[in-house]
Design a binder for this molecule. Structure first.
Ligand code: ARG
Length: 459
């Protein structure tokens, strides 16, 4: 018989049990459900809402129920719909009718909101830590490649050379903001909804702050209707997760490109690549591709959650049961990706020669010729036009800027001197950008120091 079966004269249609139950996925909340129930029962005892002895029996029973669930020994059934009622049923089986006192002054509506918040708090801590390992791996590569020059791109056209370390550090700062966003969101996640009851609060003299403190919350949700009906904290988690996916996917795309024969800038370690069933020569960057591909499901969960909430009247509606799978999946997806990412980045071989060859065979030092002319007194517009002409002629003659002789340079303008050849070398081009945040070696070392401090202070 259902825990709420009193007012019914017929059993639930079996298909309804199957369709409407959430136990197959919300069993993931078991540990949080029990954690919340332990705090709730401690409060019922302290406030003398239930007898002390019963509270102790319930607390012991709950712990046994959790170990049985964790050991896979508990029978979780669709009939009891969700994790909350399954736990209550198992508790009553364990300790007898006294278990029926647990739900005093509580509803599944505030209970589920609580479980979701407890779950997310842990998920956020775990993902933040994992992202830090990704940042660390990028910093390791940055340090190892503080002298590695590569082509920098805009429009995927060679633009100006940059340090490979600079490129790695760009991602370190992206992930830093991702971690900060997760941490900022805790302000809103870490509030206790318990005590909101089904929607309007409860008639029992409960102590919401006691429960909040027991569970390590920073405070309580101020309005009971809001507490049980909003899932904006889930949307926020999904949105923050979507941005992590965005950043991961961009790095993945670069890894896929860089490890192609056309680029040949990096080689992913054998242990993070796979072969082809037909083509013996293949080594595919599957992990990078999959992480890129899984961005779709994370974005999808964000859209799904927003759409589920759109237009829902207050307060709780069963629609909201749809909040869980996307949240679990986004968490698992990012966890899987970031666990693989750190060792994949760290074990990646960086092909310095190939990158250097690329920057030596292009016109990515053209801006530096233009800047040189400006330093000699030309306006930037004027120098841009002159250098445009130089490049055009070079292209026609199949030459790069450094192939020109001083005499040839002087045909464009007399102001060019012998020192131009040093100015146009890839390392010089990079190191000329010593502005804070620029790609010069010292600027990048400065970024590394800053990033390491940020990572250290987040510990
Ligand atoms: N399984 C439900 C959910 O996840 C729990 C809350 C159910 N409340 C209710 N009144 N049916 O949303």
């Amino acid at each position: 018989m259902k825990l709420w079966g009193g007012r019914f004269t017929k059993p639930t249609n079996e298909l309804v049990d199957e369709y409407a139950s959430s136990i197959q996925f919300d069993k993931k909340l078991a540990v949080y459900d029990v954690q919340g129930s332990l705090a709730h029962v401690a409060m019922l005892k302290k406030c003398e809402i239930i007898p002390s002895e019963d509270a102790n029996t319930i607390a012991e029973g709950l712990k046994k129920v959790l170990s049985k669930i964790e050991a896979g020994e508990a029978e979780l059934s669709n009939e009891h719909e969700d994790i909350h009622m399954n736990v209550e049923k198992l508790l009553i089986d364990e300790v007898g009718p006294v278990g029926g006192r647990l739900h005093t002054g509580r509803s599944r509506n505030d209970q589920v909101a609580l479980d979701m918040r407890l779950y997310l708090r842990d998920a956020i801590a775990e993902l933040s830590d994992l992202l830090k390992t990704v940042q660390q791996s990028l910093i390791t590569q940055a340090k190892a490649n503080i002298d590695t020059v590569m082509p920098g791109y805009t429009h995927l056209q060679r633009a100006q050379p940059v340090l490979f370390a600079h490129h790695m550090m760009a991602y370190v700062f992206m992930f830093q903001r991702d971690v900060e966003r997760f941490q900022d969101s805790l302000k809103r996640v870490n509030k206790s909804p318990l005590g909101a009851g089904a929607l309007a609060g409860t008639t029992f003299p409960i102590d919401r702050h006691f429960v909040a403190d027991e569970l390590g919350f920073d405070g309580i949700c101020e309005n009971s209707l809001d507490a049980v009906s909003d899932r904006d904290f889930v949307v926020e988690f999904l949105s923050n997760s979507a941005l992590v996916s965005t950043h991961l996917s961009r790095l993945c795309e670069e890894l896929v490109q860089w490890s192609s024969a056309e680029f040949n800038f990096v080689e992913l370690d054998d242990s993070f690549t796979t072969g082809s069933s037909m083509m013996p020569q293949k080594k595919n960057p599957d992990v990078a591709e999959l992480v890129r591909g899984k961005t779709g499901r994370v974005y999808g969960h964000l859209m799904g959650m927003l759409t589920t909430l759109k237009g829902l009247p207050l307060a709780y509606n069963k629609d909201m049961q749809e909040d869980k799978e996307g949240m679990f999946d986004a968490h698992e997806t990012l966890k899987g990706a970031s666990q693989l990412f750190a060792p994949m980045i760290e074990s990646m071989k960086v092909n310095k020669e190939s990158m250097y060859k690329a920057v030596s065979n292009d016109y990515s030092n053209a801006t530096d010729l233009a800047d040189y002319l400006v330093n000699k007194g030309m306006t930037f517009r004027e120098s841009h036009a002159v250098v445009g002409e130089v490049v055009l002629n070079c292209i026609e003659q199949n030459k790069y800027l450094l192939d020109l002789t001083l005499k040839e340079f002087k045909q464009y303008t007399e102001v060019i001197d012998e020192d131009i050849f040093d100015v146009l070398m890839p390392e010089a081009v990079v190191n000329a950008r010593s502005v804070e945040g620029g790609t010069a070696k010292d600027s990048v070392l400065h970024q590394i120091t800053k990033a390491e401090k940020l990572l250290e202070s987040a510990k």
